[in-house]
Design a protein around this ligand. Structure first.
Ligand SMILES: Cc1ncc(COP(=O)(O)O)c(C=O)c1O
Length: 398
């Protein structure tokens, strides 16, 4: 059954007069979230108090939501769990992968990776103190840099700035051939493109829920561990809720069964309640339909802007198969242009040094909105409406 995107759009609260092309950064509010969170606060936290951990099933929420996200990323039930932030999950996955490959010391990543992933790797290398090394190459050079000394390949599948997409299955096959494990960051993939973790034989994957999955600011991250590794992984962040028997309060750590061991501490229940409301929307669609619509929307935007705004330089791959669900353009005054757009009700964002980013999210973005965004951007560029001091003042968050 084809997805009914008019119905899914109606399930979001979107402000009048705004065209939202930034769901790749922070998803909008699912209408059901306010009600679900309110009932979690009053009916569960308020009325049930601590008994809600059992009576409202809070304790298993990280697994239940993990299974619902798993459907979108090709992960079998019981292989994904939620908790913590994405940076923490990167650390956890990388530490586990390194430990599973004890004879090797090299982590390979690319210079297009999200800086936090590289910072976490750097911190882990220092903490381990066993001479590990983080090596980074240009994204296009990753495949050739997979050498037999590699312990772990750590990549973000879709580049946060340009939307360029790595060939996951191919790089996994190459890395495995070389005896390395692979950690994928799916921040810009989950809910954006079709991902088949099991089919591609991924070892570890991590991602966030506040972008395409709409859990709200600070929503918890997720982690996937392949079933063949899940009972061999020794968690570096060995918190009590990843213990085999948290309520036995043993003094010694024993990892829980499978993916359970990747839990750390008390999960953020209110934020997970918001995510449940978003997953009620996601449950209505198949990723193949979302991806097909995302390509239609992003192609229309890309072609419209290229035709009408010659000074904006395409920063994303032209081939839709080679990019995620965003389109980016470069301009030396990119920041001011984005502020002028936002002032006219078209919300995208800016990434230094010169990237204007636009995300396409079929659950709530319409073709009419894409066409209107192209018109508004064209007007701004044709009249240099961005060329005002007020648009050049940089805010803390860009
Ligand atoms: C690709 C990627 N990795 C990691 C992060 C960091 O996520 P968090 O702030 O949840 O730790 C982000 C944040 O936007 C991201 O885009």
């Amino acid at each position: 059954m084809a997805a009914d995107f008019a119905a899914t759009r109606a399930m979001f609260q979107l402000p009048d007069g705004v065209i939202y092309l930034d769901g790749n950064s922070l998803g909008p509010l699912p209408r059901g979230a306010a009600e679900r969170v309110a009932s979690c606060i009053t009916g569960e936290w308020g009325d049930m108090l601590i008994t809600a951990w059992n009576r409202a099933g809070w304790i298993d929420l990280p697994r239940r939501l993990g299974d619902r996200i798993g459907r979108l990323i090709g992960a079998a039930p019981g292989t994904v769990v939620l908790g913590d932030t994405l940076s923490i999950k990167v650390y956890q996955a990388l530490a586990s992968a390194l430990e599973l490959n004890p004879g090797r010391r090299v982590i390979l990543s690319d210079t297009g990776n999200f800086p936090s992933d590289l910072y976490m790797a750097d911190g882990l290398v220092r903490t381990l103190g066993r001479g590990c090394e983080l090596r980074t190459v240009a994204p296009e050079a990753v495949e050739a840099a997979i050498t037999p000394d590699l312990a772990v390949l750590m990549l973000t599948e879709v580049d946060y700035r340009t939307g360029r997409r790595h060939d996951m299955a191919r790089l996994i096959a190459k890395a495995h051939e070389a005896g390395a494990l692979v950690v994928w960051d799916l921040a810009h993939s989950a809910g954006a493109i079709e991902v088949d973790l099991a089919g591609a034989k991924a070892d570890f994957a991590v991602g966030c829920t506040y972008k395409y999955l709409n859990s709200g600011p600070g929503g918890p991250a997720f982690i996937y561990v392949a079933p063949y590794l899940a009972d061999r992984v020794r968690p570096a962040l060995s918190g009590w809720l990843g213990h085999a028997a948290p309520f036995a309060f043993d003094l010694d750590y024993r990892p829980g069964a499978g993916i359970e061991r990747m839990r750390v501490g008390t999960p953020p229940i209110l934020q997970m309640a918001a995510l449940e409301a978003s997953m009620d929307i996601w449950d209505r669609v198949e990723m193949a339909d979302v991806r097909a619509r995302s390509i239609e929307l992003s192609e229309a935007f890309l072609r419209g802007v290229e035709a009408a705004c010659p000074t904006l330089e395409l920063a994303s791959p032209r081939d839709p198969a080679a990019r995620g669900s965003q389109v980016s353009f470069r301009h030396p005054e990119g920041y001011a242009i984005m502020q002028a757009l936002i002032a006219r009700g078209v919300i995208g964002d800016f990434r230094a040094p010169d990237i204007l980013r636009f995300g396409f999210t079929p659950l709530y973005t319409t073709m009419e909105e894409v066409e209107a965004a192209v018109r508004i951007l064209t007007g701004i560029m044709a009249t240099s409406a961005w060329d005002r001091a007020e648009f050049r003042t940089r805010a803390k968050v860009t």
